[in-house]
Structure formats: C-alpha cells, structure tokens
Design a protein around this ligand. Structure first.
Ligand SMILES: C[S@@+](CC[C@H](N)C(=O)[O-])C[C@H]1O[C@@H](n2cnc3c(N)ncnc32)[C@H](O)[C@@H]1O
Length: 399
C-alpha cells in the first residue's frame, strides 16, 4: 500500500526518467507529468502503475506476454524519437492500455489528431474507456490489424508502432505523409534482435533511420506476425536463430553438454563507450548469428553468455561460440569468447577475429535504409541487405 498520491508518484517517475537523460525536450516530460497512468491500469496498484518498469497486462496460455504498458523510459525515448509536434496527425499501432495514445494526444494538442489501432478487441474497448475517463476522448481507437493502417485518417505525419515489427507494412508506406516519420521497433534478425528506428521519408520510396535504440517488444500479431525460431538446448537454455540458417538441432543440444573452449581476447571496453550495437554489427559481418539466453535459476551456470548483447552468439549449425565479459576494473571489462561443439576451437577463433575487427573498425551507429520490396539491387545503397516481404533494408555504419 502506498501513501503517496498519483501526482507524487508521477513526479517521482518523471524524476527517474529525467535522471537517466531520456527526456530531450520539455514537451515529452510535460506529457509524462500530465497523463494519469493509473487510470489506464485498472486493478494494478498505484506504486506498480508508476514504477519505471513494464507492466504485462495480457499473456498467452503458455505465459508469453501479448500486451503490456511498455517500460516508461522506453516509451519516453520513442516519443523523443518521434519528435511529435502540436498539430501533427499521428497513427499509433498497438494501443494496449492507451497510455502512449494519451501521451501522443498531449504532444499533438487540440489541433492535432491521434488514431490508435489495437488488434485485441477487449483491449481496444478498455483503452477507449480509459482514454475517455482521463479526458482524452478525442483519441480515435480502432479495433483492427495495424498492418492495414487506417486509410480513412491518412496521411499521417508520424506512424508510431509499439510492438515488434518484422517488416514495414505496405500500408505504412502508403499512409505516411511526405517528409513524415515512422518510429518502429524493427526486428532486424530472426533471433529477435530489435532496434527502435526513427525512419524519415527522405523521398518517395526511401526511408532513412536517424537513430537506432536497443529495445525489446512483444511481437506484432496478425498478418505481419513473425514468430522467429527458438531452439531449446537444455532446461532454461534457448538459442534463437535466423529462420533459414541450417541448424542440426541434436548436434547443438549435444554441444552445450560438451566441454567448453574459452579464451580472453585482450580487448577491453569501458562503460562510457558506445558499444550497444556490437550484436547488430556481428549480424552485418555476415555471420550465422544467434542469441543464447540462459535462465540461471534453471541452469547450472556452465553457459555464460553476456547479457549485455542479449547473448550474442555465432554458430555453424553444430557448434556455437558466444561473447563473454569479465570485469577488469569498476568501469572496464574484457571481451572473451566461449565455444561448445565439435568445431569449438575454430569457431572461437573466428569470433575472436570478428571482435578484433569490430574494435578496429569502431562502428558505433548503424544507418538503416528502407526501400519498397520491388526496388532493384542497383538502386540500393551499399551495406548489409535484409529482404522482407514489403521492404528491402540495408544496414551500414556511420563513419
Ligand atoms: C507493447 S504493447 C503496446 C504498448 C502501448 N502502446 C503502451 O501505451 O504502453 C503492444 C500491443 O500491440 C498489440 N498488437 C499486436 N499486434 C498488433 C497488430 N497487428 N495491430 C494492432 N495492434 C497489435 C498487442 O495486442 C499489444 O496490446
């Protein structure tokens, strides 16, 4: 039981988000101060409604999260990516509780308009009620699949997707205003590696990212759904890989029970360095990439992938090699590599070389460009190519 009022809790949340440096503009901060989150989270106690953490509000029968009030810090960061201004017409996909729609209504003001789409009818109805109760009844809540957008309200200055997307739906391309912006947590690899991208419409048929934030999101459902490929290697040990990479599952399962081959690379990284995109760089180095997660409550601790890059791993179908870290000083770690499987020595050497190469190149910020799926190769920029049903993406690195 809290003794603090919603206003006090809201101030504390805003202070937390502010202390992490997430607010860049007074507008997003003011929107957070204005929106009474607890009205959108009925049945959730006040402290939890204002805690700086995700609140899962719906789960599938197997326990996977289907809907949530996203982590407030990430919501703030994505709103800053959106640079939503008064008068903007905004389409949000993934209403959930309606909290972000209310924040968007604060940012667009009385001269703008917010339309939000939710695939789950019950959630759409409860968000509609909550928005009305909190005096945001100007927000239009549509029950439907966001992959179709909402042509009746087009065009939109901003399209904000708040669930993990595998592709840029054709409707989003069509319904975006010239010089508009899409903010989308895009899954850039079948393992679920996701970046929230702010994609600007530079010219017709060309979107270019201005910023990529590390994040994780429940995946979009409906026609644009993509489930990814998760291999359970042992109790509590899951390897997520790309859809089409060949994997001998029995061999990889045996590999994680085999002795490991580990080494330290001599490469150090400091806490203040911009290393967040090492995992994405490994993807662009044309490796067979994966993400290894270990539930330490269920596994004996022999597998030690670092959580910093969500268990960044390379594999060859039978053997895995993953990135490790050990502390050298309070703000300095050393990169290491551990491999399991019949080709452990070779794969560990390969990952070590890649890490040295990464260090030498020093890539910090990716640039993701998107073109429609029918764009010929010679009209694409150079970089790592990712082809999706509706779009062709390229990932390059800022010099
Ligand atoms: C992480 S929640 C959104 C968070 C939310 N915007 C907030 O204010 O915190 C993702 C939501 O997207 C919804 N969703 C998933 N697929 C969808 C689709 N194809 N179209 C519309 N909504 C979808 C889910 O039901 C879920 O409610």
């Amino acid at each position: 039981m809290t003794t603090r009022t919603p206003e006090q809790l809201r101030d504390a949340l805003v202070a937390d988000i502010g202390s992490w440096g997430t607010f860049r503009t007074g507008q997003v901060e003011a929107a957070f101060r204005a929106v009474p989150r607890h009205l959108f989270l009925p049945g959730v106690d006040l402290e939890t409604a204002y805690a700086p953490q995700v609140v899962v509000t719906r789960r599938a029968p197997d326990g996977t999260a289907l809907s949530s009030a996203s982590q407030p810090d990430l919501v703030a960061a994505m709103l800053e990516q959106g640079e939503v201004h008064p008068g903007h017409r905004v389409l949000e996909i993934g209403t959930a509780t309606g909290i972000n729609a209310a924040l968007l209504a604060e940012l667009t003001g009385p001269t703008g308009h917010v339309t939000t789409i939710e695939i789950d009818e019950e959630l759409a109805a409860s968000a509609r009620s909550a928005l009305a109760a909190a005096n945001y009844d100007q927000v239009e809540v549509i029950h439907g699949d966001g992959a179709a957008g909402y042509p009746d309200g087009a065009s939109y200055d901003r399209i904000m997707i708040t669930a993990g997307a595998w592709d840029l739906a054709a409707a989003w391309w069509d319904q975006l205003a010239p010089a508009g912006r899409i903010v989308v947590p895009l899954r850039l690899h079948g393992s679920g590696l996701t970046r929230s991208l702010a994609l600007d419409a530079i010219e017709p048929g060309r979107l270019v990212s201005r910023e990529a934030l590390v994040c994780g999101f429940v995946p979009l459902r409906g026609v644009g759904a993509h489930s990814g490929r998760a291999l359970t290697l042992a109790d509590g040990v899951v390897l997520r890989v790309d859809d089409h990479d060949p994997v001998d599952e029995a061999a990889v399962r045996a590999a994680v029970h085999s002795p490991s081959h580990g080494l330290w690379t001599g490469l150090t990284i400091h806490d203040h360095e911009p290393t967040a995109h090492l995992d994405l760089w490994l993807v662009t180095a044309d490796t067979r990439f994966g993400r290894l997660t270990v539930d330490t409550a269920r596994h004996d601790g022999r597998l030690t992938p670092t959580r910093r890059w969500a268990g960044a791993t390379i594999h060859d179908g039978t053997t895995i090699a993953y990135v490790t870290l050990r502390p050298l000083a309070p703000d300095t770690d050393e990169l290491g590599v551990t491999a399991h499987g019949p080709r452990a020595v070779t794969l560990a050497a390969q990952l070590t070389d890649l890490l040295h190469h990464w260090r030498k190149e020093g890539p910090t910020e990716p640039v993701i460009t998107a073109h429609p799926a029918d764009t010929p190769d010679d009209q694409l920029p150079t970089g790592h190519r990712i082809d999706r049903p509706n779009s062709r993406l390229t990932v390059s690195w800022k010099p």
